[in-house]
Design a protein around this ligand. Structure first.
Ligand SMILES: CC(C)(COP(=O)(O)OP(=O)(O)OC[C@H]1O[C@@H](n2cnc3c(N)ncnc32)[C@H](O)[C@@H]1OP(=O)(O)O)[C@@H](O)C(=O)NCCC(=O)NCCSC(=O)/C=C/CCCCCCCCCCCCC(=O)O
Length: 721
């Protein structure tokens, strides 16, 4: 784990723990012994700590934080490094993150390659740099930089680190060679002034002002998160207490965070996000054994909001797009919109003007599908209508070269049905983008019965290229995202019908951690959009819709949203929806007594007696209904693993990252309790099929001990596989 070698008068300690050289127990032990050995070796005059392979060290091994002795030994190791009689130089390339940066700060000198990335990302997993990072960094950089870097967790480059005194020198080439050259200058120099524990924070005098300023900013930016606040407090301590007192307090705060539910959730999310792209198909094909096709050119069909957004994602990543729209006015408008979106990115420093110009050159408008004959991939993004999509795929099959992949940006429709309109069902796949497509990170890729592994690998790879978090799911009505979200929204509306007001439900869910409650989201996305979808579905089923009903096809429904539509309240776009909006501040939702009156009249007309709905009920009915549906999705193998569902909720519906997602939440509440509550709701609301308890959940809940999440799918009955 740590390779020890001697090169003339230098001991080289090479951390060798791929892929990221995390500071596992064995690495800590190896470094400790290496420092001891080098100090005892009479040939050695200085010690270099370096990383083997692509990186120096990316910090503590996050998985070890779930083991009781988490992190033990890192501070002891650090003190051994700092106390070394022989100078220790950290030679940094790749990343020096978290505990890795702390090892560098325990060292007496730091040299780095110019491409190195430095930072304390602990806050992103709900922790603070607990091996004296919050006490040492301010001694090097001053308080303002340390507060910002530690509380934001941002990674910064070698130039910035050098400017703030973290690095003694930066080089162009091999950092080990640079460290060897550097050692010649420092061997024999006194070490005490290089030991940070012997120094002071230089700008300690105005620590309280800096703390208050940073705190106000943090509270605005990271609402509800504890770790950024404790990071700041610990940096403040570095200026107000002796080194040892501040370090002891840092250790206490670290311990508090380590066991906090937020950090446990964030650590889960770190690994869940990395597990999602590791897709697997029932036939055994998976990310590791399937090679994607190289996509050089693409076509997008439909220049509406989704089509334009998808085109932005592609051209921004350097992939040429032919945007097909038969309505010339719409096409011109879309090209203007795309150009405006890219200008916005330049203003936000997300791209340069030159990159914007280059991206726009990759976009070509066209009015017929014939123009797509030679592209490698087509993404159809017309409105949600099965017959229309089938017709387009039928035509594309005839027009496009035989290798072209045909993707549908559908949010609900069966991929098998769309694929059956072609002679190449193996090359048909769903690519469900979320609106606005150029902002939302989630891409829900959907495979059908005949979609080939190569097609799956290609859309997963393309998603990564355009910066998306990709999750693969199997086709079914509404897939995973909308299918598991539907009961959540339905229960929110039912509770408004039973006694709550939209703002009550939104507030509870926002306090839970959702950035926006479902009624605010509905106003933002447009009440007319949902209305149109309901009309389409009714038409397809041959149903006549009426406002005066509570049931449709044996299922409980509510017509409250349709009533708003009838009142011309389409949401933000009309200044009125579930809330009202002032022209002076058109984004700020204001509770509207007219809506309350409409709800009350609706209830009176329908004979519904309104009651007080407690906050706990709001959370349980919204989340447990989504959880129940998620277990069904898992049981039917629509999603491969619970983490996939959670990633979908985080990136598709902004579920708080520290909450993990509905499946993780269920694991924290306890499956027995969740199941029992679902059974109670099922009895209470027999006409909502989303309360029929999932078999998988029933099975898991019947165990005397909690089954860990990574074992859940083992309980799917073999007949369902
Ligand atoms: C930027 C990255 C490093 C790399 O990104 P990329 O190249 O895209 O690769 P990834 O896909 O992200 O990762 C590749 C695989 O590596 C896994 N991985 C990555 N980082 C880690 C990690 N830190 N730990 C474990 N595993 C990791 C990742 O899951 C992938 O594996 P797989 O494909 O999923 O199988 C990027 O990965 C990244 O950003 N990583 C996270 C970096 C990070 O957050 N670092 C900080 C970690 S926390 C830390 O360092 C804390 C230090 C303080 C500890 C304080 C302890 C004090 C205890 C006091 C109590 C006891 C006192 C006793 C006294 C005494 O004796 O000491």
């Amino acid at each position: 784990m740590v390779d020890y070698s001697v090169d003339r008068n230098l001991a080289i300690l090479g951390i060798n723990n791929p892929p990221v050289n995390a500071l596992s127990f064995h690495v800590r032990e190896g470094l400790f012994n290496g420092i001891k050995q080098a100090n005892a070796d009479r040939r050695v005059e200085a010690i270099v700590i370096t990383g083997k392979g692509k990186t120096y060290c990316s910090g503590a091994d996050i998985r070890e934080f779930s083991i009781p002795s988490a992190g033990k030994g890192l501070v002891t190791l650090g003190h051994r490094i700092e106390d070394s009689d022989k100078p220790v130089i950290s030679a940094i390339h790749g990343n020096a993150l978290g505990g890795g940066l702390e090892i560098a700060l325990f060292s007496h000198y730091r040299v780095a390659n110019k491409n190195a990335k430095i930072g304390f990302p602990e806050v992103l997993i709900g922790l603070l740099p607990g091996a004296e990072g919050t006490i040492r960094l301010p001694r090097v950089t001053g308080l303002a930089f340390a507060m910002d870097a530690i509380a934001s967790g941002r990674r910064f480059d070698a130039q910035e680190a050098h400017k703030h005194g973290i690095l003694d020198t930066i080089c162009d080439g091999d950092v080990l060679q640079e460290a060897k050259a550097f050692s010649k200058k420092i061997i024999g120099q006194p070490l005490d002034q290089r030991r940070l524990s012997k120094t002071h924070v230089k700008d300690a005098a105005d620590v309280d002002i800096k703390f208050e300023e940073a705190l106000a900013q943090i509270k605005r930016k990271y609402r509800g998160l504890i770790a950024p606040i404790l990071c700041l407090k610990s940096v403040r301590n570095s200026a107000k207490m002796s080194f040892d007192e501040a370090a002891a307090e840092e250790m206490r705060l670290f311990g508090e965070l380590l066991t906090s539910s937020q950090s446990i959730g964030l650590r889960y999310s770190f690994f869940a996000e990395r597990s999602a792209p590791k897709w697997k198909l029932p036939c055994g094909a998976c990310a590791d054994n399937t090679t994607p096709v190289d996509v050089k050119t693409t076509g997008v069909i439909g220049a509406g909001t989704m089509g334009s957004g998808i085109a932005v994602c592609l051209i921004r990543a350097g992939i040429p797009v032919i945007l097909v729209e038969k309505n010339q006015k719409m096409l011109d408008q879309a090209i203007k919109t795309i150009s405006r979106i890219l200008t916005g990115s330049v203003k936000l420093n997300r791209m340069t003007e030159k990159q914007r110009e280059h991206s726009l050159k990759l976009l070509k408008g066209a009015s017929t599908l014939d123009e797509l004959a030679g592209v490698d991939m087509v993404i159809e993004a017309v409105y949600e209508n099965l017959e229309l999509k089938r017709e387009i795929f039928h035509q594309l099959d005839k027009i496009c070269k035989s290798s072209t992949l045909l993707c549908s940006n559908t949010s609900t429709l069966d991929i098998d049905n769309i694929a059956s309109a072609t002679q190449r069902p193996d090359k048909v796949v769903g690519t469900h983008f979320f609106a606005p497509a150029y902002i939302m990170r989630l891409l829900e890729n959907v495979y059908g019965t005949k979609t080939s592994p190569t097609t799956v690998a290609t859309v997963m790879e393309l998603g990564k290229r355009i910066g998306k978090i990709c999750v693969l799911v199997k086709t079914c009505y509404a897939f995973v995202a909308n299918r598991t979200n539907q009961p959540f929204g339905a229960e929110a509306s039912f509770m408004v019908e039973e006694g709550a007001l939209p703002q009550d439900v939104d507030t509870v869910l926002e306090n839970f951690g959702m950035p926006m409650g479902p009624f605010k989201v509905s106003d933002l996305s447009g009440i007319d959009v949902g209305w149109r979808i309901r009309q389409e579905v009714a038409k397809a089923l041959g149903l006549k819709l009426t406002l005066e009903t509570r049931y449709r096809m044996g299922e409980r429904i509510t017509t409250l949203a349709d009533r708003l539509y009838e009142m011309g309240r389409y949401g933000i776009k009309t200044g009125k929806g579930w809330y009202r909006y002032e022209p002076t501040n058109p984004r700020k939702p204001i509770p509207d007594p007219d809506v309350a009156k409409m709800i009350q009249k609706h209830c009176m007309d329908m004979g519904i007696e309104r009651r007080n709905i407690p906050a706990q009920e709001v959370i349980e009915r919204c989340l447990f209904s989504a959880i129940n549906e998620s277990f069904r999705v898992l049981e039917q193998r629509i999603a491969e693993k619970p983490e996939d569902i959670d990633v979908i909720w985080q990136y598709g519906f902004s579920f708080p990252r520290y909450g993990g997602g509905p499946m993780f939440y269920a694991s924290q509440v306890g499956l027995k309790k969740v199941f029992e509550k679902i059974c109670i709701f099922h009895e209470q609301f027999p006409y909502s099929s989303h309360w029929v308890p999932s078999d998988l959940l029933r099975k898991l809940a019947s165990h005397s001990t909690e089954i860990p999440m990574d074992k859940w799918t083992q309980f799917i009955s073999s007949s369902k596989l």
